[in-house]
Design a protein around this ligand. Structure first.
Ligand code: URP
Ligand code: ZN
Ligand code: ZN
Length: 469
């Protein structure tokens, strides 16, 4: 367990709110203790940041580094994270049918001992038995305060719950002051469309996309928002992929609960055309990437603040596994893509370099907002006194390598190889230690900590601010 190191970051332009300010940053025992001009204590390591932007460490609120069969575990997934400037991620502990929820959470916490970055956990709940509802209380006490339910079983290995179960779990989350999340896709419509497509001979990844039109997402979102509101539970929509879905999420029905939505870099960078490629299986995830028009609407949501966060939904599978059923039955292609390592350069390239966002907007979307929404902002989310010494020394004018050989994820392909990505995390600092330089890990011994969260974080005043007038 790392307690925290001391370092002075000299000569950088430090992001303070929306401004880049010439300042040094002092981190002592892992905590930021001075920003500006100061006399550094004797003997403290110095890191030169001349010509670089000093950003807070990115927070990826949505990764899978323990999902059975997926390529990355906590060790490799977290190395990918820090190489890309992500110093904290939130992983999902999955309750497979019949498992005891608190055992699952403990198992995932134990696996996290191998994490090179700080991590928190969401729990995926797959039943509403009295034992599970009771266990949710103990899970909250253990620092896991957000709960995801699947509204579909199609890609989740049978984890889907019916609406009654979803509602019951949401009611319990409300009682506990936590945050409900749901994978919003209409299970029956997907099943019906998929069967028809297969019967018509559409067996490749194009079928995966065709079986999940925006309606599938929008209908489920509308339903889940209504249920969360009736249950009195704050609600977070992960991996929102379509313009229709965004409209459904934020349709004002006079609801009482906060509804917060996340999208993913792949929806902002790629279009459904990828599913017609010979390697379309490599892009199979749920919900799938949608049309160019959906992409425009998602960017609008990011720019005007209706979408509050970007989570990578990092869940890569090896090429062989992806390809196994790629030309026989799209329903059997494992769902998920890599993304934690490229989150920052994708958002920088397509957000900031393209003029859609300022660097302050990027840090808000990829660090401050997830910190606030998930109850981590006492120690994460900005370069501020008293916060953890997690920094990215960032060169906006250098290319970020996207070939598999450039990346640290345990995966043998890249979904961004055809894209020119910009913005290099020249150094990633976690709790005061330099852990990665220029896409390479330089401190193999560094370990992150489990971040226990407390329930009842005030989400009602969550600032869904307009980031661009
Ligand atoms: O296809 C995906 N997104 N796989 C990961 C599991 C999930 O639904 O987030
Ligand atoms: Zn999901
Ligand atoms: Zn996911």
């Amino acid at each position: 367990m790392t307690t925290g190191a001391s370092i002075v970051v000299r000569g950088g332009r430090v992001l303070q709110g929306d401004d880049l300010v010439d300042a040094d940053v002092l981190i002592e025992d892992g905590i930021i203790t001075a920003i500006g001009a100061f006399d550094a204590p004797e003997g403290v390591a110095v890191e030169d940041a001349t010509g670089l932007i000093v950003l807070p460490g990115m927070i990826d609120p949505h990764v899978h580094v323990g999902w059975p069969g997926a390529a990355d575990d906590f060790a490799t997934g977290s190395r990918a994270a820090i190489a890309g400037g992500v110093t904290t991620f939130i992983e999902f502990a999955v309750q497979f049918p019949g498992e005891r929820l608190e055992d699952v959470v403990q198992t995932w916490k134990d696996w996290g001992a191998r994490s090179a970055c700080d991590f928190a956990l969401h729990a995926i709940v797959s039943d509403s038995t009295p034992a599970t509802l009771e266990a949710m209380g103990r899970v909250v006490e253990a620092g896991v305060t957000s709960f995801k339910m699947f509204m579909t079983s199609q890609h989740s290995g049978g984890l889907g719950v019916d609406d009654g179960t979803l509602f019951e779990i949401m009611q319990r989350v409300a009682e506990l002051g936590g945050l409900s999340m749901a994978h919003c896709e209409n299970d029956e419509v997907i099943g019906h469309l998929a069967e028809k497509l297969i019967a018509d001979g559409v067996v490749t990844s194009a079928g995966h996309s065709a079986a999940r039109p925006p309606l599938v997402e929008a209908e489920a979102i509308a339903r889940a928002v209504r249920l969360a509101d009736a249950a009195g539970s704050a609600f977070y929509i992960p991996h929102l992929s379509s313009g229709d879905g965004l409209q459904a999420a934020l349709l004002d029905t006079g609801r009482r609960v906060p509804v917060i939505a996340e999208t993913c870099p792949q929806f902002l960078a790629l279009t459904a055309d990828v599913y017609s490629r010979p390697d379309g299986a490599h892009y199979v995830m749920s919900p799938p990437i949608k049309s160019a028009q959906d992409q425009v609407e998602l960017w609008e949501g990011i720019m005007d603040g209706r979408l509050s966060t970007v989570g990578s939904d990092h869940c890569p599978y090896p090429r062989d596994f992806k390809d196994e059923n790629a030309h026989t039955d799209f329903r059997r292609i494992p769902n998920g893509v890599p993304g934690v390592e490229t989150l920052l350069p994708v958002m920088f390239t397509l957000g900031v370099r393209s003029g859609r966002l300022t660097i302050g907007d990027l840090a808000r979307i990829c660090s401050l907002n997830p910190a606030r929404i998930f109850g981590l902002d006492d120690r994460k989310g900005s370069v501020s006194l008293g916060k953890d010494g997690d920094l990215v020394l960032f060169d906006p004018d250098r290319r970020f390598g996207t070939a598999p050989s450039d990346l640290n994820s345990d995966i043998d392909y890249s979904i961004y190889e055809d894209l020119e990505l910009w913005g290099m995390p020249v150094a990633t600092i976690a709790s005061g230690s330099v852990v990665a330089r220029e896409q390479r890990i330089v401190d193999d011994a560094h370990r992150g900590r489990f971040l226990a969260r407390t329930p009842g974080v005030v989400l009602d005043d969550f600032d869904r601010r307009v980031v661009r007038a």
